[in-house]
Design a protein around this ligand. Structure first.
Ligand SMILES: [Zn+2]
Length: 399
C-alpha cells in the first residue's frame, strides 16, 4: 500500500467507522505490522480523553487569599418560580458556607438571587440578619408580572420595600434579553425596554448596585458543530445554546445594556462575567464610556487566564472597577462554580501567582473548553481592591 492509498484508507475509516475500515483492510494485502500508525483501538471518544500536562513548571498552592475577600456573586438561595415566584430555596447550608469562608479568608458572601417579597425576607433573616457582615442579600425583579399594565410602578415600589427589608442590591439574571417574553405575543422583552426605567432609577436613588448578567459566551450563539470551541460544554448542556430561533446576537444584547447604563447614569451597574470576557477591547470601550459600570470575574477565569497578558493589562487599567466573584452554587454539574475550598484556591492562584498552564476548574476535563490558564500575578494594590475594597464601596460596607 503506498502513501496515497493509506491516506485514503484513513480518511475513509474516520468517516465510515471501524467496520468499513476493517472491510477495506481485509480486501487488500495485509498492512505491515502497525506501519508506524496507532492501532485502531487507540482511537478514544473525546469525552474520555484526559491528557496530563508534561510541563515542568511551578505549582503554587494558595490556600488563603492575601487580603480579605468579598465574593460578590454567589447563589446560596434560588427563587423557586412556579406558583410562588418570589419564594426562595436554600441550595447551601449557611453554617457550611461560614466554615469554608473562614478557611479561605472570605469576609462576606453576596447572595445575589434573594428573590423578593416573603422569599427575600426569609433569605435576609437566615443570612444577613443571623450573621451580620458575613452575608449580604440582593433582591430580584418580579419577572412574572412584567406584562401587567401597572408593572413599572409595582416594580419600583417592590424595590423600595426590598430596600426597607435590608436588600443591598438588585440581581438581574440573563432572563432579561433571552427568556422573558411578553404574555400573549411571546415576543422577547428588550433589555432596554422603558418599562424598567423606574426600577433602574429606584435602585440608583437607594444606592443599590445592579448585578446584571446579559448574554453568554459567543460560542453559545453558534451551531453546536466541530468548529464550536465549547462543543463539549454545549453537548452536556444543550439548553444553554441560543443558536437560531428568535434570539438576538451577543453584541445586540450588550448594546441594549449600554443603552440602560447611558440612560441611568446615577445607577451603578456591575456587569457580571466580565461583561463580555472574550472581548476585552470591547469591554474596555464600554468601561471608558460608562463611568457607572464595573465588572465581576465570576466563572470567567477560564477566559481571562487564556489571554493572561491582555487580562493583566485590563486589571491594571481598571483596578478600581473589577470585583471578585465566583458564581458559586451547590451545582456539581458546573465544576467551575461548585462552592468549596478547591474553587477558591484556583481563583487565588490565578490572581496572585504567575503559575502557567493550570486547570481553571476542579474537574478532570476542563468544563468550559479544552484549554488551560496562566496566572496574572497581580500587585498587592490591585489585589486589595479586587478582592474586597471595590465591592465594599459598591455595597456600602465599611472597608
Ligand atoms: Zn450567577
Amino acid at each position: 500500500m503506498n502513501r496515497r492509498q493509506w491516506v485514503a484508507l484513513s480518511a475513509g475509516s474516520f468517516a465510515a467507522g471501524r467496520s468499513a475500515a476493517v472491510a477495506q483492510q481485509t480486501s487488500q494485502s495485509p498492512p505491515a505490522a502497525n506501519a508506524g500508525r496507532p492501532p485502531q483501538d487507540t482511537v478514544l471518544p473525546l469525552e474520555r480523553y484526559e491528557p496530563k500536562s508534561m510541563l515542568h513548571v511551578p505549582e503554587t498552592h494558595v490556600p488563603r487569599s492575601r487580603f480579605p475577600v468579598i465574593d460578590f456573586h454567589t447563589h446560596i438561595t434560588f427563587a423557586t418560580g412556579g406558583a410562588n415566584p418570589g419564594a426562595v430555596r436554600f441550595s447551601m447550608d449557611p453554617a457550611n458556607c461560614l466554615a469554608v469562608m473562614d478557611r479561605k479568608n472570605i469576609r462576606t458572601m453576596v447572595n445575589v438571587t434573594g428573590g423578593y417579597g416573603a422569599g427575600l425576607l426569609d433569605a435576609i433573616g437566615k443570612l444577613q440578619t443571623a450573621h451580620p457582615g458575613r452575608f449580604i442579600v440582593f433582591t430580584e425583579p418580579a419577572w412574572t408580572k412584567a406584562s401587567d399594565a401597572d408593572y413599572s410602578k409595582f416594580q419600583a415600589d417592590q424595590i423600595a420595600d426590598a430596600h426597607k427589608a435590608g436588600a443591598k442590591g438588585l440581581k438581574v439574571l440573563k432572563t432579561l434579553g433571552l427568556f422573558l417574553r411578553e404574555r400573549g405575543s411571546q415576543k422577547l422583552v428588550r433589555i432596554d425596554d422603558p418599562r424598567f426605567d423606574p426600577m433602574w432609577e429606584a435602585v440608583g436613588s437607594l444606592k443599590m448596585p445592579v448585578a446584571i448578567h446579559i448574554s453568554d459566551p459567543e460560542a453559545f450563539f453558534l451551531p453546536i458543530d466541530r468548529f464550536n470551541e465549547r462543543y463539549e460544554e454545549l453537548h452536556a448542556h444543550p439548553d444553554w445554546s441560543f443558536h437560531g430561533k428568535d434570539f438576538p446576537g451577543n453584541r445586540e444584547l450588550q448594546e441594549a445594556r449600554r443603552n440602560v447604563m447611558r440612560r441611568h447614569p446615577k445607577t451603578q451597574f456591575v456587569c457580571l462575567h466580565v461583561a463580555d470576557a472574550e472581548d476585552l477591547p470591547y469591554v474596555s470601550e464600554c468601561l471608558d464610556s460608562h463611568p457607572n459600570m464595573s465588572v465581576d470575574i465570576a466563572a470567567r477565569i477560564g477566559e481571562l487566564g487564556r489571554q493572561p497578558r491582555s487580562a493583566r493589562k485590563f486589571f491594571d487599567k481598571y483596578q478600581d472597577r473589577i470585583v471578585f466573584g465566583t458564581d458559586a452554587s451547590s451545582s456539581a454539574s458546573t465544576p467551575q462554580q461548585t462552592f468549596g475550598d478547591a474553587l477558591y484556591e484556583i481563583y487565588y492562584r490565578f490572581l496572585e501567582t504567575e503559575d502557567e498552564y493550570f486547570d481553571y476548574a476542579p474537574a478532570t476535563v476542563p468544563p468550559q473548553g479544552r484549554w488551560r490558564i496562566s496566572g496574572l500575578g497581580l500587585s498587592e494594590q490591585v489585589l486589595r481592591k479586587v478582592y474586597g475594597e471595590n465591592a465594599a464601596r459598591l455595597i456600602g460596607l465599611s472597608a
